[in-house]
Design a protein around this ligand. Structure first.
Ligand SMILES: [Zn+2]
Length: 236
């Protein structure tokens, strides 16, 4: 009922055509062009990054902006759907199996301030539709670094994300992994601690220099997964 009252007071308009009812109507949604380019770096731990859309798509950029900076949580559905459409094709093409989605975590302080992790909601949308597990507390953010968007130079962006992540239950030495907290996290998802046959897909909203994704991949690589991919909405 509250939702009805709120909708009456603050009607929702399509970001594309201003039609009343949804943040994005189905005909505008259909018009969002998929990015067919591939972003990959054989030498890097982050093997491939799937990019959903193009950064000249003003409507998509508007959706991401409203989602990320105006905190319109409902946009996680259409944005998540775009990620699903992209991922379905690549799962088939690359015969991917045993996938785990890992949303890029926020620092707890930033999460409290934002109220939700935008990457996590997108991963959950994918998980619901494609039945792929999402683990949101394996990779943790230990440093509250500056948002990458506030930094211009590529080398400063790399510096800004250096050592910002860690793994749950990791002992001080990378070689002696304690299973403690992590084992419980994995068991809850029906997974074991063996990553060698698993493809980890890092989920985030926007990627610029890929510095954050690469740093997350570097941390997750301690688990020795089969491969690590990235999935983002746009590469700005
Ligand atoms: Zn529309």
């Amino acid at each position: 009922m509250w939702k009805t009252i709120i909708n009456l007071l603050f009607p929702i308009y399509c970001l594309g055509c201003r039609q009343e009812g949804k943040f994005i109507c189905s005909s505008c949604f259909e018009k969002i062009k998929m990015n067919e380019k591939y972003y990959f770096d054989k030498a890097d731990i982050l093997k491939k990054t799937l990019v959903v859309g193009c950064n000249d798509d003003e409507l998509l950029k508007q959706m991401i902006y409203r989602y990320k900076y105006n905190f319109i949580k409902d946009l996680s559905k259409p944005l998540g759907q775009l990620m699903i459409n992209k991922l379905i094709k690549d799962i088939k093409k690359n015969n991917l199996k045993k996938i785990i989605l890992i949303p890029i975590p926020l620092h707890p302080k930033r999460l409290r301030w934002r109220g939700f992790n935008q990457a996590e909601l997108l991963a959950e949308e994918i998980s619901k539709e494609l039945n792929i597990p999402v683990i949101n507390n394996l990779l943790i953010r230990t440093k509250n670094n500056l948002p990458q968007a506030k930094i211009q130079k590529a080398f400063q962006r790399r510096q800004n994300v250096y050592n910002i992540f860690d793994l749950r239950g990791r002992a001080s030495k990378a070689t002696s992994l304690t299973l403690g907290g992590r084992k419980g996290v994995l068991e809850r998802h029906g997974l074991d601690n063996d990553f060698k046959n698993k493809t980890l897909i890092l989920v985030d909203d926007i990627s610029t220099t890929s510095a954050t994704l690469k740093e997350a991949a570097r941390t997750l690589n301690i688990l020795k997964p089969k491969q690590i991919w990235g999935l983002v909405l746009i590469k700005d």
